[in-house]
Design a protein around this ligand. Structure first.
Ligand SMILES: *[C@@H]1O[C@H](CO)[C@@H](O)[C@H](O)[C@H]1NC(C)=O
Ligand SMILES: *[C@@H]1O[C@H](CO)[C@@H](O)[C@H](O)[C@H]1NC(C)=O
Ligand SMILES: *[C@@H]1O[C@H](CO)[C@@H](O)[C@H](O)[C@H]1NC(C)=O
Ligand SMILES: *[C@@H]1O[C@H](CO)[C@@H](O)[C@H](O)[C@H]1NC(C)=O
Ligand SMILES: *[C@@H]1O[C@H](CO)[C@@H](O)[C@H](O)[C@H]1NC(C)=O
Length: 240
């Protein structure tokens, strides 16, 4: 049907052209040829773009997933929240690798960041039980109890966020408490390092290296909770 109409159309053009003398008809024919060449070129480019896209996008990537918008929403939310931290890259990587479809809510993202800090602190803590340095045995033992204390502070912070369904977890008072507890946990880590340093411990560098991530995670959690109010405003959410 379509092709017939197209042919009819051409017939019409040609018959009107014939009435208008050779010069006109040539010019119009030329522009018709140029137009169809352009059209071919455009269609070709569009096809090329389509083929390029389907080749570059891995088939399993989000394409048909119904959660596409919510997933990218989460990713952007994590980025926005992590942007207030001193280590946005470690913040984003650690959080998105645990839950890439977290609720786009700074409180939920903060809570996850805190859970990641706890996990990492436990990881560091378990290192002390494997370390062997006769000269700094006492300092290493101190580190074990200092880390228990730090984990207690973080546990208190997580407990403070446990509320009934529909309730907002954070109040200004809780935010203040949680900042104090996380700062305390950061100080605890430093106290442990200082103790090892004083004893001239041979495991000092190993411990410091092992604490790199936990130090960053704690710093990230602290920055997020410290900016919770402005983050909630950014997300058009409010605190209780
Ligand atoms: C990150 O924060 C800076 C200011 O601290 C701001 O200029 C920038 O737009 C923010 N980026 C994102 C992605 O939110
Ligand atoms: C990720 O977060 C969403 C919403 O916050 C939650 O429903 C889901 O259970 C979480 N998934 C994991 C693996 O924690
Ligand atoms: C614990 O530390 C090791 C490196 O010592 C690391 O490979 C592992 O990912 C860490 N685990 C967690 C949960 O961070
Ligand atoms: C963490 O907090 C909960 C609730 O307050 C408590 O029952 C639990 O014993 C605490 N765990 C640690 C390791 O402090
Ligand atoms: C810190 O985290 C990075 C990224 O997850 C990981 O590759 C590295 O092994 C971690 N370092 C330690 C000391 O756990």
């Amino acid at each position: 049907m379509e092709s017939i109409n197209v042919l009819k159309g051409y017939g019409k053009v040609n018959s009107t052209l014939e009435n208008k003398g050779p010069h006109h008809s040539k010019t119009i024919r030329k522009s018709l040829i140029v137009a169809s060449l352009l059209l071919t070129l455009i269609i070709g480019l569009m096809l090329a773009a389509l083929i390029y896209e389907s080749n570059t996008e891995p088939s399993e990537s989000e394409s048909d997933s119904p959660s596409l918008s919510s997933a990218s929403n989460s990713v952007n939310s994590i980025k926005t929240v992590c942007n207030v931290t001193r280590y946005p890259a470690s913040c984003f990587t650690s959080i998105s690798s645990v839950n890439v479809s977290i609720k786009p809510d700074p409180e939920a993202i903060f809570k996850l960041s805190l859970q990641i800090s706890v996990k990492e602190l436990k990881n560091v803590s378990s290192l002390f039980r494997t370390l062997n340095d006769a000269n700094s045995k006492a300092a290493i033992n101190d580190c074990v109890s200092i880390f228990d204390e730090a984990l207690g502070r973080l546990n208190d912070s997580l407990s403070a966020m446990e509320v009934g369904p529909g309730e907002k977890a954070l109040t200004l008072e809780k935010i203040n408490d949680i900042q104090t507890w996380i700062s305390g946990a950061m100080t605890d880590q430093q106290t442990c390092v200082d103790g090892l340093e004083e004893m001239g411990s041979t495991v000092l560098d190993e411990v410091k290296a092992k604490m790199k991530n936990s130090t960053e995670f704690l710093s990230n959690s602290l920055a997020i909770v410290a900016q919770m109010q402005s983050l909630l405003e950014k997300f058009d959410l409010k605190m209780h």
